[in-house]
Design a protein around this ligand. Sequence first.
Ligand code: GLN
Length: 452
Amino acid sequence: LSAVDLTKATLENIDATDSKYEAFITVMRDEALAKAEAVDAAGIDPNNVLSGIPYGIKDNMVTNGVETTAASRILEGFKPIYDATVVEKLSDQGAIGVGKLNMDEFAMGSTTETSYYKQTKNAWDQTKVPGGSSGGSAVAVAAGQVPFALGSDTGGSIRQPAAFNGIVGLKPTYGRVSRWGLIAFASSLDQIGQFTRTVKDNAAVLGAIAGRDARDQTSSDVPVPDYTASLNGDIKGLKIAVPKEYFGDGIDEQVKATVRAGIKQLEALGAQVDEVSLPHTKYGVAAYYILGSSEASSNLQRFDGIRYGFRAENVKTLDDLYIQTRTQGFGDEVKRRIMLGTFSLSAGSYDAYFKKAAQVRTLMNEDFQNVFTDYDLIVAPTTPNVAYNFGANEDDPQVTYMNDVLTIPVNMAGLPGLSINAGFVDGLPVGMQIIGNRFQEETVFRAAYAFE
Ligand code: GLN
């Protein structure tokens, strides 16, 4: 099979199935075929599993000459002039980007419903949300449109849609993967990661995108191991902590039971399991929405109608141009975050909100470090419930925000977190979350692989 044959078959399958799922904002037909031809001409690299393999890209990562929208109207028509580091790295290894995937606008949301462009459907039941914000990436992988896809995770946006679609999604350690070319939401929390159908594939993709990048000063120079080499199925003696706060009120009973059964399975494989406490968990959502929105309000200042994408028409003054462009270009959820963030950073509220939230973040980090002095991994549900109906939380954004209660703490502490399918409730997938200490992705993968 040539790279061109595989790419053509992938594009045909996307054409045939995407009216059902609506995962893609842009299909990179010409670019993908040109890349596949180049890979065939050079010869598929037998030593690189990604050589000649098609994949999808969340639409908040810039792609040279290919429209990149972050699912916002304000970036409509924006064609970047360079590739994000992750895209460049994958291309160098012969992987073939076939399209840009739908998401919540600027990655703000948990259902992909805040996209300006389309509504992606859950791979298992098209009446349910796909999760978010990387909903398109998760569905494209779960529905078999691509073998892997890139996503980003600021408060759960890889793990939650992976859980809702029954696949494997990893948010790596903060700094493990370069963010250069990722359209920033909350820079101290954002991390690029990958969706796959198997743990082994997931480990291979992380190995391909991880590592120091001089263009992202927060990227780490911790050496990148061969993540697939640690997958030996042996987890005897591994010490697993189960935080009681992650099984509290508000977490669906059937989700709890499914994940508890998964933990039993890890125990049967030889892991040692104990209950622990992460006492500041309950403050996570509130602190995250202050910190995340504050950073977003700053990062989104650049969208002024001058430099990128959409520009309002019939304006009289420069101020009017800014105001009209941003009023028409941003959706409701993005505006809500900009207002919340601007308020939290303003002189009169900084100490009471931003500073307090930053202090909470430190306490949450300490909670995790206390556990990791005695344990290798933390295991818990990924989400409080399985995928729900469209529009379910329309009237109250805070209900959606609470959905991130089990994923946000991991971003606050910069840890790696992986979601893997642990079973089904009413025909919908349940995610089990495996959390490691910083740069301990190998241990996370090892447990996930043994479990799978
Ligand atoms: N659902 C969370 C939010 O809306 C997380 C999003 C994300 O991780 N990008 O902010």
